[in-house]
Write a protein that binds this ligand. Structure first.
Ligand code: NDP
Ligand code: 8X3
Length: 246
């Protein structure tokens, strides 16, 4: 199951996993994009689109608990759905943006995990990959609440790893730096020009780069887990140190 499979990192992860033989439960709010995934996976691979907003607690549990029998055993959960909303100083930030980031990036991840984990603990196997961010390792100017949400993802990932340790469930945190996706268009509320500037003058990561790391993680032998991965474009040293040739 990949949350946020309609775009960017989630879509690239869904496609690379499909190439590795996984059948995919692909989630997101844009059902047309989820349906489109079906034509992009190799023959013999099935895609089950599950359309829900991760903030909608009732929908999350209803849809996951009522999966068809052949889809019930989720081996791998990629908690990827999320975004930044706005980039303002704390004194002028928008309550709606704060709600969106905490409700989607943190609480949404918790709801989906809570619905999926019981199957994994019962089977004593499974893997959970949480997509955090460099924003979960550092705080940068005007990143305040987004950074808070991703620090929470980092802490929750560590907590999951401890609590699920007796069950043999692998818990992995992948924390990317700058990846060129729809992320900045969403952050800047559709301002494509401002979004493009984020990635100008250097070679950012692509969603495919993150998907290839996921592919490496899922193909490790059962005794190996890459617990915590920070991945940056070569031009990036910290959240705010990016060598640009402009
Ligand atoms: P995109 O905007 O391209 O993709 C975001 C995905 O999240 C979409 O599939 C979207 O689906 C889904 N999503 C957002 N809100 C909701 C919601 N309320 N309910 C369900 N699904 C939702 O961005 P990225 O691919 O870059 O982002 C994916 C993850 O990677 C996020 O957690 C982000 O924080 C993280 N990340 C991104 C980095 C970057 O530089 N791009 C760097 C570090 C981490 P839909 O809109 O169809 O619901
Ligand atoms: C997304 C990357 O640099 O905006 O998590 O925090 S950044």
């Amino acid at each position: 199951m990949v949350t946020g499979a309609t775009s960017g990192i989630g879509k690239a992860c869904a496609l690379i996993l499909a190439k590795n033989g996984y059948h995919i439960i692909a989630t997101g709010r844009r059902s047309d994009r989820l349906d489109g995934l079906k034509s992009e996976v190799p023959d013999g691979i099935e895609v089950l689109p599950l359309v829900f907003d991760v903030r909608d607690k009732e929908a999350v549990f209803k849809l996951i608990e009522n999966l068809p029998d052949s889809w019930k055993n989720i081996d791998l959960l990629i908690n990827n759905a999320g975004n930044a909303h706005g980039m303002d100083p704390i004194q002028t930030g928008s309550l709606d943006d704060w709600d969106a980031m905490m409700d989607i990036n943190v609480k949404g991840l918790l709801y989906v995990s809570k619905a999926v984990i019981p199957g994994m603990t019962a089977r004593k196997s499974g893997m959970i990959i949480n997509i955090g961010s460099i924003a979960g390792k550092e705080v940068y100017p005007n990143g305040n609440v987004y950074c808070g949400s991703k620090h929470a993802v980092d802490a929750i990932t560590k907590g999951m790893r401890i609590d699920l340790n007796p069950y043999g469930i692998k818990v992995i945190g992948i924390h990317p730096g700058l990846v060129e996706t729809e992320f900045s268009v969403v952050r800047f509320k559709g301002d494509e020009e401002r979004a493009e500037k984020v990635y100008q003058g250097f070679e950012p990561l692509l969603a495919q780069d993150i998907a290839e790391i996921v592919e490496f993680c899922v193909n490790r032998p059962s005794h190996v887990v890459l617990a915590d991965i920070l991945v940056l474009p070569t031009a990036q040293a910290t959240a705010t140190t990016v060598h640009k040739n402009l």
